[in-house]
Design a protein around this ligand. Structure first.
Ligand code: 0O2
Length: 196
């Protein structure tokens, strides 16, 4: 598996740079900073092995390439709900990023209560005499959604997936509270914009 990550490292860098430019030009144009932070990572071999086995695939290089959407994962955390869709639109219009798939878990939250907007994208990596399009997953979410997802992640880790029903129910409720809070913050942002 020695150089398995090389092309993913290049593609991650390329994606980070492209996002930095897109976000910067958005800020210049609108005089407003929608992004709180951007975080990216390459998925570890341990998590890829676990995920492939859960899906019933053998842990091989071919299966990682074929069945893992998120070897490269980028998370863009923004302030307001409307910023999620502005960032998604910005990425979708970039000539250097191809959007392969969209999953709007804000319009359609997952059963757990998880909300976020996911884009599966392809980014070009220039290798000697050829261009290879490498896949990555971009998750765009508000600070409130990020707070919920990070707590949920800790809960999953603590209970190793056998989460007590009571905890699941509470988390589903908090997800609804967060969706309401995001709507209120969006409304507040609309009010504030009248005074600018
Ligand atoms: P990690 O540790 O964050 O990388 P896939 O699971 O990717 O093969 P699927 O089901 O189509 O296929 O993917 P989905 O659900 O669109 O996106 C998967 C990623 O979304 C997860 O990656 C999480 O990052 C996030 N996610 C999805 N559902 C939940 C949830 O209920 N809670 C939290 N906290 N995150 C969620 P990984 O690899 O599962 O995890």
């Amino acid at each position: 598996m020695g150089d398995f990550y090389t092309k993913y490292e290049y593609a991650k860098k390329m994606l980070e740079t492209e996002l930095e430019i897109l976000i910067h030009s958005f800020e210049e144009k609108h005089g407003y900073t929608p992004v709180e932070h951007v975080k990216s990572r390459l998925k570890s071999m341990t998590s890829m092995k676990k995920k492939l086995e859960e899906k019933g695939y053998e842990f091989t290089k071919e299966n990682m390439e074929k069945h893992m959407n998120d070897i490269i994962g980028v998370r863009v955390v923004v302030s307001f709900l409307s910023d999620v869709y502005d960032i998604v639109s910005l990425i979708s219009h970039s000539p250097n990023i191809i959007v392969k798939e969209r999953k709007d878990y804000i319009a359609n939250p997952k059963e757990t209560g998880y909300t976020s907007y996911h884009l599966i994208v392809l980014v070009p990596v220039y290798l000697e005499n050829m261009v290879e399009y490498v896949q990555a997953e971009i998750q765009v979410r508000t600070v409130a959604m990020d707070f919920w997802a990070s707590l949920d992640h800790k809960i999953r880790y603590k209970f190793h997936e056998s989460i007590p029903e009571e905890v699941k129910r509470e988390m589903e409720e908090y997800s609804k509270d967060i969706q309401e809070l995001d709507k209120k913050m969006y409304y507040l942002n609309q009010i504030m914009s009248k005074y600018q």
